[in-house]
Design a protein around this ligand. Structure first.
Ligand SMILES: Cc1ncc(COP(=O)(O)O)c(C=O)c1O
Length: 376
């Protein structure tokens, strides 16, 4: 080896610059938000903020910092009753809170499937699931996005205990997994289904319980992951599971065992956000109406293929990192904030502008965005 640590760091950064995918932190410029995950406007809601402050005030018995991991000093009654509430809300036997959706996915996948087992996963699942799978001792094989025949083919030859991993709503294209059919295939081959509901939380289901409850499939998956960081405007995540699987993770899951528990103010925010869902029906309706109007108006676009949905996540395919960056910059120049999703976050050739609609966006803003896109 004839280079120094500094030279290595420098060359890796240069590689990103050469590939047009250098990442840098930036601060929002106050443009109209078409990129955050605050689908239901909870993160910016003054009333919700007041309720969280009040919740913290009325529980002086809980210290603000959790002071340790759940297994040591970090547990308390508030944690336990919140998990009980979450299990009931999402119709699960039990629930285990994690510090983030990334931790939950990573922890679950790297812990549960073991040597000689097989994980079969949709090729487009989130990085946290990929990393958990990569760090598991099990064998793993992907199937093409939403391709049931291929899923079945892979399960036929899988060995050991079998696990299938999908998202209920895919984060990049906003498209839905055919969950009923996936559950049937899993049962045919005795595979346990794990579903990441990050982008369905708060949006799908009568009260925002997610797609699995909406479809009545809750008893047919072994674990579901909900993040509080998207539509709920908070932070942290929950895995919905059986009591025994909860005990298994409490005993073996390293990201759960060896990390300080969420602080009380995060738990209070989660509790208040769930309570706030009771009044969110009109926000969901507004979101859906905005999405339908946006989809209709995008029919005029000639140069880019749109991938639309009838809720928040929309995409505009703009292949090539440089192209995607240029198109995003052109939209930003007109006062609307959208962000390019570059390779390697998505495969080469699948670069896109990811557009998020929110209940706080107005019809005029959405029309302006569609008009700009149509004119590009
Ligand atoms: C599908 C999916 N799963 C998991 C996560 C991670 O969740 P969190 O942001 O709470 O760590 C994300 C967030 O980007 C996601 O999009």
């Amino acid at each position: 080896m004839n280079y120094t640590i500094q030279q290595y760091i420098h060359s890796k950064l240069q590689q990103r610059k050469d590939e047009n995918n250098f990442r840098a932190l930036s601060i929002a410029k106050g443009l109209i938000d078409f990129y955050s995950n605050d689908y239901l406007s909870f993160a910016r809601d003054e009333e919700l903020r007041k309720r969280i402050e009040e919740e913290i005030k009325v529980h002086p018995e809980v210290s603000i910092g959790s002071t340790g991991s759940r297994l040591l000093s970090g547990n308390n009654e508030y944690f336990e009753s919140l998990e009980k509430f979450l299990a009931e809300f999402h119709q699960s036997e039990s629930a285990l809170i994690f510090n983030s959706g990334f931790d939950a996915n990573y922890g679950l996948l790297s812990t549960l499937p073991y040597r000689d087992d097989t994980i079969v996963y949709d090729e487009t699942v989130h990085a946290s699931l990929h990393d958990g799978i990569r760090n598991s001792k099990a064998n793993s094989v992907s199937f093409s996005h939403n391709n049931l025949d291929e899923l079945e083919e892979k399960l036929k030859t899988a060995s050991g205990l079998k696990f299938v991993v999908v998202e209920s709503v895919y984060s990049m294209d906003g498209d839905l997994a055919p969950l009923k059919e996936i559950v049937d295939v899993c049962e045919k081959y005795g595979a346990g289904l794990i579903v990441d509901e990050a982008h369905a939380t708060g949006i799908f289901g009568k009260r925002g319980e997610g797609r699995i409850v909406e479809l009545g499939l809750q008893s047919r998956c072994i674990a579901r992951v909900h993040t509080f960081s998207k539509a709920l405007g908070a932070y942290g995540a929950v895995v919905l599971l059986s009591q025994e699987l909860k005990e298994f993770l409490v005993n073996y899951c390293r990201p759960f065992i060896f990390s300080t528990a969420l602080p009380f103010h995060s738990l209070a925010a989660i509790k208040c956000s769930y309570d706030f869902l009771k009044g969110a029906e009109s926000r969901r309706e507004k979101l859906s109406s905005l999405a339908n109007n946006f989809t209709q108006q995008l029919r005029g676009t000639r140069n880019f293929q749109p991938i639309t949905s009838n809720f928040s996540i929309q995409s505009l395919m703009v292949p090539g990192n440089q192209n995607a960056k240029q198109i995003a910059a052109k939209i930003q120049e007109q006062g609307l904030d959208v962000r390019p999703i570059l390779s390697p976050t998505v495969p080469k050739g699948k670069e896109r502008i990811r557009i998020c609609l929110h209940s706080f966006n107005t019809e005029e803003e959405v029309t302006k965005l569609a008009q700009i896109i149509n004119s590009l």
